[in-house]
Write a protein that binds this ligand. Sequence first.
Ligand code: NI
Length: 172
Amino acid sequence: MTIRPIITAPDPRLKTVSEAVDRVNDSIRKLADDMVDSMYAADGIGLAAIQIGVPKRMLVMDLDQKDGGRNPRLFINPKVVWASEEMAKMEEGCLSVPEVWEDVERPARITAEYLDRDGALQTLEADGLLATCLQHEIDHLNGVLFIDHISRLKRGIVMRKLTKAKKLKDAG
Ligand code: NI
């Protein structure tokens, strides 16, 4: 298992539309394990493969770790097959958008389909944090960040802050 560095915005790789996984094999499971390690190392609750530079439609998530134990979940080729008309607003952050938290409005409940670690098709009904997190992570697979859902004005402020932070970091 390997902790891989997480890409932060602005970075063109984060706009990549990731490709479907055509076969769930050992190399995919190894990648999933690396994603889980990288997520925990960065104190995140969710991570898409593109955030470690791999353009595959895969994401990992652990919403239970705050209560002590770890319960990582893997979603391969996830997609939303139903979304409620009712919307819910939640404050979001992202390992690829450090130090930024903004309210984002999304469908309150969704039904998602995905492949599990054995390549079996699964269906999941989600609400609350799970619904928000799944939609946020699936967005990553389509090259979309949560700040793409906020106003242009706010996004401009956030992007300037991120660019400045990156320049400072690069300068040493
Ligand atoms: Ni994110």
